[in-house]
Design a protein around this ligand. Sequence first.
Ligand code: DC
Length: 229
Amino acid sequence: MNKRPIVAIDGPSGAGKSTISKLLAERLGFAHIDTGAMYRCVALAALRRGIDPGDEAALGALSLALNIEFRRRDGEQRVFLDGEDVSAAIRTPEVSLLTSRVSSVAGVRDNLVELQRRMGERGGVVLEGRDIGTVVFPRAEAKFFLTASARERGRRRYLELRDKGLVVDLETTIAEVEARDAADSSRRHSPLAQARDAVLIDSTGLSIEEVVARMEALVGACRAGREEA
Ligand code: DC
C-alpha cells in the first residue's frame, strides 16, 4: 500500500468540523472535501429550479445531473456548481433548511457518496461529513468523530448568529441544536453515528489548535505505522 491516507472526520454540526478539517488539510498538504457543501449544492439547485422537496425521484435525478467541484481561488477553497462559485449562496438559512431534507433522500445520498468516493479514492484527502467513516470510506486509514456538548455547540452557534447581527436567544439555539442532533441520528438513511474504529474527540473546552494538533499527531502515527508495515 503506497497511497497517502484518507482522513475521515464525522460529527454533529457545531463541533468545529469545518474549521478543523480545513486547518488539518492545510497542515498535511491534503485536499479538503466538505461533503455538507455538496448536499447544500443539491438543495440550492432544487430551490432555484422550483423542485418540490417531496419529489424524491426528481431530487435523485437532479443530484446525478449536477457538476459539483472544489477549486482553490486566492488560496481559499471554493465550491462550484455547474461552473458557478456558490460558496456563499449555499450558506443561507433557506438552503440549510432544505439541505436537511435533501440529505435524507436515498437517491441523493447514493449519487453523492459515489462522487465523494471518486474524489477521495486516491488518498491525501480530508473528508468531513456525517457518514464518511461509516459509509463513504469505511476503510479510511484515519477516522475521527468530533463532537462537543449540545450546550457548547449551541453556544457557538448563538455567538456566530449574534455576530452576524441576528437577534437570537441562547436557550432556543441550544434547543435547536438538540432537535437537529435527534433528527440526524434517527434518520433512516446513513444516520449520524460514530464508526466503531473512529477516535472520539470531544472539543468542549479544547482550543482549535489543540484539536488539530491531536489529529495531526494521530495521522502522523498512522502513516509511520503504514510505512513500517
Ligand atoms: O455540515 P453541514 O452543516 O454543511 O451539512 C449540511 C447538511 O447536510 C446537514 O443537514 C447534514 C447533511 N449532511 C449529511 O447528511 N451527510 C454528510 N456527509 C454531510 C452533511
